[in-house]
Design a protein around this ligand. Structure first.
Ligand SMILES: [Zn+2]
Length: 414
C-alpha cells in the first residue's frame, strides 16, 4: 500500500506533535488517548434523505472510537486530508444496492451481519467499534463503524482502558495485555462506516478506508475467535438478573435450559460446528452486569458520580424525575476532600416509615464498602408485624479520600 507518511512533512499539522516527542512523553497512555480524542476531522458528505445520524452540518467518521497507535493516527489523518478515502452514497434502487452489497461483500460483510450480531461471520476480521441508531420506530437507520482487527492496537486499547480506570480511581494494570483477537496487529488502517435502513435493510452510505495493508492481506488467522453466547441465553439471564437473581442461580437455570434444549435454535444444532454457544460461562458475568446497567440507562463510560449528577439535574438530558423525587438530600463530590452524600426515601419507604417507625423503634444498620468505590451505606429500618426489618431510608456516602485509602471512613466527624 502507498505510504502517505511523507505527505506530513512540512504540512500544517497542528493537531499532532512532532514525532520526536512521542516516546519521551512521561505518560504515553494519556498522550495517545488525548491524541485519539482530537481525531475528529474526518468529514464525509451528508446523506440527502437523513440528517439524524449526523451531528451538525458535517458528518464525521468517529475515528476516536478506533484503537490506533500514533503512526496509524498520522497516516489516517493524512489520507482523510488528501481525500484518499472511500465514500459513497446509495439510493434504494436495485442497481445502487447491488453496488453497495459488492463493496461490503469484498470485505466479507453483508447487511445481515450488521443487523444481527449473532450472524457475524466469526472468520472475518472486522470488529464493531461504534454504532448509533436514530430513534425507534419505522424508518430507523443505524450507523456502524467497524475496524479491521489487523489495525486494532492492543496498546491503544489498553491506554483507553487505563484512562477510564484512572478516572474512576481504580488501579491500573502495569502489564501489557496479551492479544486475544484472532489476527495479529499489522498497522492496517482499514475501517468502514456503514449507514443502513433497519426496516428495508438498504445500505445508504459507506465511508472509510477499505484497502488493507499488505501484511493484513497476507495474514491468516492466528487464534480461534471466541464463540459468542446465543442472544436467547442473554435475554433469559438479563431477565433473571433484573429480578435480583445471583450469578449462581443464572448458571443453574442456564444448565437446566441447556439440558432440556429450551433455548431458541438449540434443537438440532451441531454443537461441534456451531458458531454460537448456549452454556453461560463465569467470564460472561461481567458482560451481563454491563448489559443490565445499559438497559437501566446507566452509562458505564461515565464515572458513577457523573451519572448520578445527570439523573438529579433537571437541566440534564439524563434527568430522571422518579429518582430525583426519591432523594431528599444529595451532595456532589466536586473536590477530593468532599464527601459524596445521597439519602434515598421512596414513596413505599415513606409509607412504611409512617406505619412502622412513627412513634416506634428505628434501627440503623451500617455496611462498609458496598462497591469498589468504597461507598458506605446505612439503612434505616423499622420492624413490621411479623418482626421483619423493613427498610425506610438509605444513607449512602463516600469516605474522605485519605481515610478511604485506609479502608474506613466513619467514626469521626467529616
Ligand atoms: Zn486489514
Amino acid at each position: 500500500m502507498h505510504d502517505p507518511r511523507h505527505h506530513l512533512q512540512g504540512a500544517n499539522f497542528s493537531l499532532l506533535p512532532p514525532s520526536t516527542n512521542v516516546m519521551s512523553n512521561s505518560e504515553p497512555s494519556s498522550f495517545i488517548q488525548n491524541l485519539m480524542n482530537s481525531l475528529n476531522m474526518s468529514t464525509i458528505p451528508p446523506h440527502p434523505t437523513q440528517n439524524v445520524i449526523q451531528r451538525g452540518g458535517d458528518i464525521q467518521v468517529e475515528l476516536a472510537n478506533l484503537y490506533l497507535d500514533i503512526d496509524q493516527i498520522q497516516r489516517i489523518h493524512a489520507m482523510y486530508q488528501s481525500g484518499q478515502i472511500f465514500q459513497q452514497l446509495f439510493t434504494e434502487s436495485i442497481v445502487d444496492q447491488k453496488a453497495a452489497q459488492t463493496v461490503l461483500g469484498a470485505q466479507g460483510l453483508d447487511i445481515m451481519q450488521l443487523k444481527e450480531k449473532d450472524l457475524k461471520d466469526l472468520g472475518n476480521r472486522w470488529s464493531r467499534r461504534w454504532s448509533k441508531k436514530n430513534g425507534p420506530g419505522h424508518g430507523q437507520k443505524e450507523r456502524v463503524l467497524l475496524q479491521c482487527q489487523c489495525g486494532s492496537s492492543s496498546e491503544a486499547r489498553k491506554a483507553r482502558d487505563d484512562m477510564k480506570k484512572a478516572k474512576q480511581g481504580l488501579p491500573v494494570n502495569p502489564q501489557n495485555w496479551s492479544r486475544k483477537m484472532p489476527y495479529d496487529f499489522t498497522g492496517c488502517l482499514a475501517h468502514i462506516d456503514v449507514t443502513y435502513s433497519q426496516t428495508s435493510s438498504c445500505i445508504l452510505r459507506i465511508a472509510g478506508i477499505i484497502v488493507h495493508d499488505e501484511a493484513c492481506d497476507k495474514q491468516e488467522m492466528q487464534r480461534l475467535p471466541p464463540i459468542p453466547l446465543h442472544s436467547h441465553v442473554w435475554k433469559i439471564a438479563l431477565k433473571q438478573i433484573n429480578e435480583g437473581a445471583s450469578i449462581a442461580a443464572i448458571q443453574s437455570n442456564n444448565r437446566h435450559f441447556y439440558e432440556s434444549q429450551l433455548y431458541e435454535g438449540q434443537k438440532g444444532l451441531d454443537a461441534v460446528t456451531a458458531n454460537v454457544r448456549y452454556l453461560f460461562l463465569p467470564q460472561d458475568s461481567s458482560r451481563l452486569y454491563r448489559m443490565q446497567a445499559r438497559t437501566q440507562g446507566v452509562d458505564l463510560l461515565q464515572p458513577p458520580e457523573n451519572n448520578i449528577d445527570g439523573w438529579l439535574d433537571p437541566q440534564s438530558s439524563q434527568y430522571k424525575p422518579e429518582l430525583a423525587q426519591a432523594i431528599f438530600h444529595y451532595k456532589a463530590r466536586c473536590r477530593p476532600s468532599d464527601r459524596f452524600k445521597i439519602c434515598i426515601h421512596t414513596e413505599e419507604m415513606k409509607a412504611a416509615a409512617w406505619k412502622y417507625a412513627h412513634g416506634g423503634q428505628l434501627i440503623l444498620d451500617g455496611t462498609f464498602g458496598i462497591c469498589d468505590s468504597r461507598l458506605l451505606l446505612f439503612i434505616g429500618m423499622a420492624i413490621d408485624e411479623k418482626q421483619h426489618g423493613v427498610p425506610i431510608v438509605f444513607f449512602l456516602f463516600s469516605a474522605p479520600t485519605v481515610i478511604m485509602l485506609l479502608g474506613f471512613g466513619i467514626g469521626k466527624r467529616p
